[in-house]
Write a protein of this length. Sequence first.
Length: 183
Amino acid sequence: MREKPNNDLRSSLAETVIHLLFDWLGALVTALAVLVVLFIFLFRVVEVDGESMLKTLNDKDRLVLWTIGYQPEQGDIVVVDRYTAAPLIKRVIGLEGDTVRVEEDAVYVNGLRLEEPYLDGSYPNVPNGMEVTVPDGCVFVMGDHRNNSTDSRSESVGCVREENLVGKVIFRFYPFDAIGDVD
């Protein structure tokens, strides 16, 4: 007679464990589905390849981009596609209609010198300067490591069409000792 209550207890315990496992599995599948949807439609993960954004970003840093509804602003760090074999990670210097002048030791936008505390100390090798007015629907981008950057100063890139901006860098998640905002 004692075995029957034990069997009922074991059966009830097994049912409880199975229900808990299914609850956890359901929560895990739901969380995974939400993450997949977010990273398909709102965010994108990229890896820095190269040193054109030193000292702000390092080679192999891993970043999260905001992609949907992004409107470029001066100073944003963006990922540019379709201009070179690999996507470029650059900083927005000028917006459509802005006049950008690159000198040997400074960059001016609409006649105002940019304060650029993010630079690594190097400046472009442009002895006679360069000036461009950014066309409609475009931005002028430059790397923070000016002497080691293929950017809007190059004929192969030039002013970048806004439709070719993949998104704005919003967060660094690797390396772990540098996790956080990127600016």
